[in-house]
Ligand binder design. Structure first.
Ligand SMILES: Nc1ncnc2c1ncn2[C@@H]1O[C@H](COP(=O)(O)OP(=O)(O)OP(=O)(O)O)[C@@H](O)[C@H]1O
Ligand SMILES: [Mg+2]
Length: 461
């Protein structure tokens, strides 16, 4: 165990001497000062674990130093030393955050016991902090953050299906984390040491998509100078992630069905049948049943892909997760942008909690990223938020209560901003007209819009 550093602050040289001796005998490192000024000098230069603080000091009383000590050195334990007459002060001191008090004259044993307890208590507090980190980790599985019951259910399901090999269809609105969930399933299952191969079925024209998925042989078409492995081969013994499966052309749907049923496929221009062992996870944000009705999606393929369905609920149906996820992105972007941003103002938190997030987690991520980029403070403020977050709230909360848990200035800013957004909406982004209604100079309105990061173009039809 490392040696603990104790600072004795007392104007009585006899106390400094005798107490110092006891502590040194008991393997503490001792620092001494006889007044407040010296005390702060010692604190500045050394890492002190505990202060024995006399109440009666020449410049001020030890109690008067407590708020300052607690503010600047919150993790140092303080034990007050007091003469008999000042016992009320001692009680006050404990209320102000001192750990204990000792009445003069005290025995060495008493002193040591109190010190030991104070240091142990501090260690406990410290361990508690680590616990909090642990809890944060408990709210995250493979990068999926959430403490809502819906997300806990989802994580439970992911853990279950990752033990199996069945095909999975992930459904959910755009930005809910479908790809993240697909990765979580792959990387927590037995295929995790083999490839995870994602492909977006909506991003490529049919022929390209086909050659990507199944590969081709040299000379299969103009430009095919070499053999190329298809992704179904690349993903062999791993997982292929077919994103936006609803956009898969019908002709390719038949070939995928064949892979599922026999593990076989034929590259373009080849006659050789290849074998592969892939798990298929697919995702969609549209309703595949509608596509089936429209004859744009094969029903038999649908059942083969949808052995297990995992639906990710939209963010607005699990609002408990919003601030947790926002905080996660805040840390991510403040590191990335090399800024020291600690958190969100109360006003921002409230807007986050009330907004409907049609773009779900991705929209939340974008909002946090852009406000991190705009802020010059340690705290993200309402004026750093993208303006569209306000309009939504205005629409959905006509009879809103006025929140009183934040400073007047911030409240005024918040309402000023809402007013401006509504005004611009009414004027279709015509600043001259808006300035007339608001009865302020155009220039003045422009500078306000700049402060609040409101873009007039957003309101022009
Ligand atoms: N629960 C979550 N915890 C942490 N990050 C999340 C969570 N859900 C989504 N994200 C992040 O949000 C972003 C969007 O997620 P992802 O790309 O997986 O969504 P998606 O459902 O595939 O969206 P789309 O339908 O638009 O393709 C990613 O950066 C992802 O890491
Ligand atoms: Mg996606």
């Amino acid at each position: 165990m490392n040696m603990k550093n104790i600072l004795i602050v007392d104007d009585d040289p006899f106390i400094l001497e005798s107490v110092g001796e006891i502590l040194i005998e008991n393997r503490y490192k001792v620092y001494k000062s006889s007044n407040g000024e010296e005390m702060f000098k010692v604190l500045e230069k050394n890492s002190i674990d505990l202060i024995l603080l006399d109440v009666k000091l020449p410049d001020r009383t030890g109690i008067e130093y407590l708020p300052e000590l607690k503010h600047f050195y919150p993790d140092i334990s303080i034990i007050i030393i007091t003469g008999n007459a000042e016992i009320n002060d001692a009680v006050k001191a404990i209320k102000m955050g001192a750990y204990d008090y000792l009445k003069k004259p005290f025995k060495g044993k008493e002193l040591l016991l109190s010190i030991e307890k104070a240091l142990k208590w501090n260690e406990l507090l410290f361990r508690n902090e680590n616990l909090q980190e642990q809890v944060e980790k408990d709210f995250s599985f493979q990068g999926i953050i959430g403490k809502s019951s819906k997300m806990k259910e989802l994580v439970k399901m992911i853990k279950q299906v990752s033990k199996t090999d069945s095909n999975i269809l992930i459904t959910g609105e755009s930005g809910t984390g479908k790809e993240l969930v697909a990765k979580a399933i792959h990387f927590s299952g037995k295929r995790k040491n083999n490839p995870f191969v994602p492909i977006n079925c909506a991003s490529l024209p049919e022929t390209l998509l086909e050659s990507e998925l199944f590969g081709y042989v040299k000379g299969a078409f103009t430009g095919a100078y070499n053999n190329k492995n298809g992704l179904f081969k690349v993903a062999d013994s791993g997982t292929i992630f077919l994103d936006e499966i609803g956009d898969m052309p019908l002709s390719l749907q038949a070939k995928i069905l064949r892979v599922i049923e026999s593990g076989e496929f034929t590259p373009l221009g080849s006659t050789v049948v290849l074998k592969t062992d892939v798990r298929i996870i697919s995702a969609t944000n549209i309703n595949l049943r509608d596509r089936i009705v429209e004859n744009r999606f094969r029903e038999d393929l649908y059942y083969r892909l949808n052995v297990v369905n995992i639906n990710i609920p939209p963010l607005r149906e699990r609002r408990e997760d919003i601030l947790l996820i926002a905080q996660h992105f805040l840390e991510k972007y403040s590191i990335k942008m090399n800024k020291k941003i600690k958190g969100f103002s109360e006003g921002v938190k409230e807007i986050f909690l009330r907004y409907d997030w049609p773009g779900n987690v991705r929209e939340l991520e974008n909002a946090v990223e852009s406000s991190c980029a705009l802020t010059t403070d340690e705290i993200i403020d309402v004026k750093n938020l993208p303006s569209h977050l306000f309009g939504n709230i205005m629409r959905s909360n006509r009879n809103e209560f006025i929140p009183i848990n934040r400073p007047l200035k911030e409240t005024i800013d918040y309402y000023e901003r809402e007013y401006l957004v509504q005004l611009l909406k009414f004027c279709n982004g015509n600043v001259t007209k808006a300035a007339q209604i608001a009865q302020i100079a155009r220039q003045n309105l422009h500078s306000k819009l700049k402060i609040y990061n409101i873009n007039v173009k957003d309101f022009r039809k």
